[in-house]
Design a protein around this ligand. Structure first.
Ligand code: SF4
Length: 372
């Protein structure tokens, strides 16, 4: 299957922890960018896609009619998508948006909630209120959107196990179909990075962050959400097919500034320069990108890393058939090391992360990637 990701990089304000490719919203540039996207969409022949994902940035910094216009362009080039998702910031949702989204083919909305605690929402630099979250969920349901996801964040400065419990309870009370729970990561170059350098005690260490992660797993599972990936929980039938395709090492096309693609064994990433992307696309020239062909160990290491993110882990037989690699033999020292430390386990035909391993997934996955 082919997934299509479209990057909509403008935000009405910039959050101090954010390291995504994003820019403050300016109307003239937002329109030029859209024209550049249309030009990129139309430069190749039509191919069917299974999923479309509009991510950001803040996709709903564009009005709903513009999103519908974009989806009409996408449908001509990538017909047939059964799942079409959009990320939304709650405070930007306007009356009637969901009806327009639904008419344009959107099936799934992912709402950037992060927290139900007003002080944490402010600490993260977000502008919505708790009341707006409930209202947006009710509007989406009333419009008949078939799948609704909430994004939550833990390890936020000032958060406590009790406040994280309250956020999870409030999220579950809204009965979303899907919940993503991400640990805050502090990236170099962000205002949060400077804050942590000044005041490291304001931030969570691994042990305290691990406690919050364990709370999320417990509370969400007991409310009927199955953990299917390190940070993702779904009710039956509501896994995000677009993201599942990434973890199964499927093919995808990324459109827009900084977007990544993976096709025919080649991974490529568009320039993160907004001006260079827009000019190249509007001029019809090649979009500046970096590309590399993934082969041999590198390809297998990437595939193991992606599969380990999922709760079913690496299926040994399927992996051998697809990549010609016997994980238990070819990666024996890594498997043994992490099995001994309780981060990996073998269950039947699969190797997967333990619950503790899920929290330390970067260490385990990094070892598979760099193993020679
Ligand atoms: S709204 Fe999202 S993309 Fe925009 S600055 Fe905040 S976290 Fe980053």
């Amino acid at each position: 299957m082919l997934g299509v990701y479209v990057h909509l990089p403008f935000c009405p304000y910039l959050c101090p922890y954010c390291d995504f490719a994003k820019w403050p919203l300016r109307e003239s540039m937002a329109r030029r960018y859209l024209d550049a996207l249309f030009a990129e969409i139309e430069r190749d022949r039509s191919v069917p896609a299974a999923t479309v994902y509009l991510g950001g940035g803040t996709p709903n910094a564009y009005d709903a009619a513009t999103i519908a216009e974009l989806l009409a362009h996408l449908d001509r080039r990538f017909p047939g998508a059964g799942e079409i998702s959009i990320e939304l910031n709650p405070e930007l949702v306007r009356d009637g948006d969901f009806a327009t989204y639904r008419a344009a083919g959107i099936t799934r909305v992912s709402i950037g909630v992060q927290s139900f605690e007003p002080t944490e929402i402010r600490t993260l630099g977000r502008k919505h209120t708790v009341a707006q979250i409930g209202s947006v969920v009710a509007q989406a349901r009333a419009a008949g959107l078939s799948s609704l996801s909430l994004d939550l964040m833990f390890a936020v400065p000032g958060q406590t196990p009790a406040s994280w419990h309250r956020t999870l309870r409030a999220a579950i009370a809204l009965e979303p179909d899907h919940i993503s729970a991400y640990g805050l990561t502090v990236e170099e170059g962000t205002p949060y990075f400077a804050w942590r350098a000044r005041e490291p005690q304001a931030f969570f260490d691994d042990e305290r962050e691990g406690e919050l992660y364990a709370i999320a797993i417990e509370q969400l599972q007991s409310a009927g959400y199955e953990q299917y990936e390190i940070s993702n929980f779904a009710r039956p039938g509501h896994r995000c097919a677009h993201n599942v395709n990434y973890w199964e090492n499927g093919e995808y096309v990324g459109l827009g500034v900084g977007a990544a693609s993976f096709r025919g064994g080649v991974r490529s990433v568009h320039t993160r320069s907004l001006e260079r992307y827009v000019s190249a696309s509007l001029d019809g020239g090649p979009i500046p990108s970096e590309a590399e062909r993934l082969e041999g160990r590198q390809r297998a290491g990437e595939a193991i890393m992606l599969a380990l993110r999922t709760t079913q882990g690496v299926s040994l037989r399927a992996f051998k058939e697809r990549y010609g690699i016997d994980v238990m033999t070819d990666y024996a020292p890594i498997v043994a090391r992490f099995a001994d430390t309780g981060l990996l386990e073998r269950i039947g035909d699969s190797v997967r992360l333990t619950r503790r391993g899920r929290f330390l997934a970067n260490d385990v996955c990094g070892a598979f990637i760099t193993f020679e």
